[in-house]
Design a protein around this ligand. Structure first.
Ligand SMILES: C[S@@+](CC[C@H](N)C(=O)[O-])C[C@H]1O[C@@H](n2cnc3c(N)ncnc32)[C@H](O)[C@@H]1O
Length: 438
């Protein structure tokens, strides 16, 4: 047995003194308490995120942000706030790509990377500022710009509930009572009355009735998130990227009778939330119906919600791929294959390539991973807006479909302006084994 982490000892003391705690409190302490997972582990130790896979992710988001800036009439400053930014890699990629976009966009861009834990970030770009801040209580007001997040909401604590004998029950975390002093026993799941009526209310708000025996997660913090981001913006957009789905799918009793909570350790899915708190990541899929609904109640308009694969393809991922890897990646073996610009990903990416050197292969593989179905390509991208006339807000999404009513640059034109040289993987990326390329 491994030595208990500081987080585990703190959880044990808390339960021994005050009795069982909600799973949400357990998760909060296991991830963010003293000695918790995120205070001990750098992002990417046990999992990888899109920015860690490829700089094209940030570059394509820069293309999207450029258009938001245009829709807002090119405000200067144009703030982009990223809560839950981890080590700030996405902000660096966005700022770097922004330099290649036209009309002085990057001079107006003020990128603020925030995280609740003091950063492993380093603000290498002058456009990047870093702050310690809680996403649920963002300390900004009267902002014109965009709030962007990647894999933040899935890291917010969730309550666990189960339907038993027709009543909603909550799952608490206790310590097995066969050991007298309470310090040595294993953590155990204990069922009790819900800790708050908000749990039942949430399910009824999204028209979900759990079936007998079904277990599910509920993230009440989504409401705080929505109020937090809406209160920051005077005018602008909220782009939320995460894995999850609409409530109907998320709470499907056949597909997901035990909920979606998973744990990760050393890049393996472990699914043992009550083991080794502080040493493993704990996460649950995001209920996008509730994110949308909470946003609408807080004053945001929902503009669109689509898979990451489609989103990045429409922003010009094909163009970046056609421009090829940076020369220092060893493009000597790179064969440019003419492809139909209308072809859809990911099929186009499975075409055979010429003999590629390692760096080129990693570069292409990373690009594929960003849009891979069954992986990052299935993540959801939710775009919400505040303070914009309806026609302007709507064109944020229409533009992705090639709509160019205002004569502005189309997404692919902008993506083509970002040179291959600025899209090198570098040592900070996570190298993945190729799924389809080689
Ligand atoms: C899965 S990581 C994602 C990091 C980064 N966005 C990326 O894509 O690589 C989740 C991050 O959210 C941060 N986080 C979790 N809850 C937060 C909160 N309430 N406020 C700010 N940051 C939070 C964690 O510290 C962690 O850095």
């Amino acid at each position: 047995m491994s030595v208990p982490t500081v987080a585990e000892r703190a959880i044990r003391r808390r339960i021994a003194r005050h009795g069982p705690i909600t799973f949400a409190e357990y998760m909060e302490r296991a991830l963010y308490g003293t000695g918790g997972y995120y205070s001990r582990n750098a992002v990417g130790t046990d999992y990888y995120t899109s920015p860690q896979v490829h700089p094209a992710f940030g570059a394509l988001l820069a293309v999207q942000l450029f258009h938001f800036w245009e829709l807002l009439n090119r405000p200067d400053p144009f703030f982009v706030i990223e809560p839950g930014a981890g080590d700030g890699l996405l902000g660096r990629d966005i700022s770097k790509a922004a330099h290649h976009l036209p009309a002085g966009f990057s001079d107006s861009l003020r990128y603020i990377a925030g995280d609740r834990r003091p950063g492993g970030w380093d603000a290498r770009s002058p456009a990047l500022a870093a702050v310690v801040s809680d996403a649920l209580r963002l300390p900004f007001r009267n902002v014109t710009g965009c709030i962007i997040s990647n894999e933040l909401l899935d890291a917010l604590p969730v309550h666990r509930v189960r339907m038993e004998h027709g009543s909603l029950r909550e799952l608490y975390v206790g310590i097995q009572s066969d050991v007298a002093d309470g310090y040595e026993g294993q953590f155990e799941e204990i069922t009790g009355d819900p800790s708050t009526t908000k749990l039942e209310r949430r399910l009824s708000d999204i028209n979900i009735t759990l079936t007998e025996g079904q277990t599910a997660e509920i993230c009440l913090a989504l409401d705080e998130w929505a109020v937090s981001v809406a209160s920051v913006l005077d005018a602008g957009f909220v782009t939320t990227i995460d894995y999850g789905r609409a409530a109907l799918g998320l709470y499907d009793p056949v597909q997901r009778p035990h909920g979606t909570l998973v744990t990760y350790s050393s890049h393996r899915q472990t699914d043992t939330p009550l083991v080794d708190p502080g040493r493993q990541d704990v996460t649950a899929q995001v209920d996008f119906t509730s994110v949308q609904r909470a946003g609408e109640q807080a004053g945001l308009t929902t503009l669109g919600n689509m898979p990451q694969g489609r989103f990045l393809s429409r922003l010009g991922l094909q163009t970046i791929r056609r421009n090829g890897p940076p020369p220092e990646a060893g493009g000597g073996g790179w064969i440019t294959i003419p492809i139909n610009p209308e072809s859809t990903l990911p099929d186009a990416l499975t075409e055979p390539f010429g003999p590629a050197q390692d760096e080129t292969r990693d570069w292409l593989t990373g690009l594929t991973h960003l849009v891979r179905p069954g992986g990052l390509g299935d993540f959801r991208v939710l775009v919400q807006a505040k303070g914009l006339p309806a026609d302007r807000a709507a064109s944020a999404i229409a533009w992705l479909d090639g709509g160019d009513a205002t004569g502005e640059h189309a997404p692919r034109e902008l993506a083509a302006m970002i040179p291959a040289e600025s899209l090198a993987l570098g040592p900070e990326r996570f190298r993945l084994a190729g799924p389809a390329l080689l």
